[in-house]
Design a protein around this ligand. Structure first.
Ligand code: FES
Ligand SMILES: [Fe+2]
Length: 349
């Protein structure tokens, strides 16, 4: 069968510069019984739930005469177009076309692979079948004790790559985020997925990239505040690993876990991306200390994100600018890895 494809402008595709990967389509709470229109990968899509409750994501335009399927209704677990009542099942196949018993073979919509996890509908982009399983971060499981969780979602005029390469840029922690620390921030690229085993099941080694960032105790005003709050330490460590379109991050103070965090992305259109953060702050008791740690970490993460995103918005699209220092090697390493997964995207994806 030759599925009806959404035609993608090659310029849009080049500007999106997407890696073959797992992305967040939208939070699960945004998909109820009615079909939901959305823009994703620079394309108009429609999301709905089929007979088994599975989240289906497919091109929005009906292959008959192009009406929006987001205006249709779900009937018996199938999506019915409002215009002439053609019906599509959860695989994207047209299963009914009133007026004929010979449904055209091309009346088949390409369906994206989706998985629901941690309160999001995730979608695979880049090939018919996913090239690696969706990475997990068990600390985010609703049934997992020992954590308090929160989420952030922010729209930015940046690409997926820009959002994710930022984690591999230790120097901006001091400059942009104003970390006053007693010495330089260090970056060490990790060689083995086992070094991030604390995050959960290992990510497929072919899709994995990891690093460790460290910095010494806070000084100056930040040092005074954190000492008073009891949150300063001798050494802070950020251990990150990820797949091309997302990252798992753990943050430690003197080796004691503070939080685990998932950073993931929704590419809507060129230079329009949603950055998703979902964090699980560790609780160890007593209650007042847990609440303090939760509030401090939530504030820090939100504040840092509010400093990063406006900067991303000022960066000119494309790679025209680039005079790099040795200390930018983490960003350049991430870009190389990301590009390898852009190059794996199938022509028809
Ligand atoms: S346009 Fe959808 S059924 Fe005719
Ligand atoms: Fe940052």
């Amino acid at each position: 069968m030759n599925p009806a494809q959404t035609v993608v402008d090659p310029r849009v595709r080049a500007e999106l510069n997407l890696a073959a990967s797992w992305y967040i389509a939208f939070p699960t709470s945004q998909l109820a019984t009615r079909p939901r229109p959305l823009m994703l990968f620079g394309r108009p899509l429609v999301a709905w739930r089929d007979r088994s409750g599975h989240a289906v994501l497919m091109p929005r335009q009906c292959p008959h005469m192009g009406a929006s399927l987001a205006g249709g209704t779900v009937v018996d677990g199938q999506l019915q177009c409002r215009f002439h009542h053609w019906r599509f099942d959860g695989t994207g196949s047209c299963v009914e076309a009133p007026g004929t018993d010979r449904i055209p073979t091309r009346a088949h919509l390409r369906r994206y692979h989706t998985i629901e996890r941690y309160g999001y509908v995730w979608v695979w982009y880049g090939s018919e079948e996913p090239m690696f399983p969706l990475p997990e971060l068990p600390a985010l499981g609703a049934d997992r004790p020992g954590y308090r969780r929160f989420r952030l979602a922010d729209s930015t005029g940046a690409t997926v790559r820009r959002i994710l390469e930022n984690t591999y840029d230790p120097d901006h922690l001091v400059a942009l985020h104003g970390l006053e620390v007693a010495g330089p921030c260090g970056l060490r690229m990790l060689a083995d997925p086992q070094e991030t085993h604390e995050h959960g099941p290992p990510i497929d080694p072919t899709a994995w990239l990891g690093a460790e960032l460290t910095w010494p105790s806070y000084t100056g005003r930040l040092g005074r505040i954190t000492r008073r709050l009891g949150t300063n330490a001798e050494e802070f460590t950020l251990r990150v690993d990820g797949w091309p379109a997302g990252q798992r991050i753990s943050y430690y103070a003197d080796g004691i876990l503070q939080y685990r965090l998932l950073l993931a992305t929704t590419p809507i259109a060129p230079n329009r991306t949603i950055q998703h953060i979902t964090a699980a702050v560790a609780t160890t008791g007593p209650r007042w200390r847990d609440l303090r740690n939760y509030l401090v970490n939530r504030l820090e993460i939100t504040f840092a994100s509010n400093q990063d995103l406006p900067i991303f918005d000022t960066i000119e699209p494309g790679d025209r600018h680039g005079i790099y220092l040795e200390r930018d090697r983490g960003v350049l390493r991430f870009r190389k890895y990301y590009q390898e997964w852009v190059d794996r995207v199938a022509d028809h994806a």
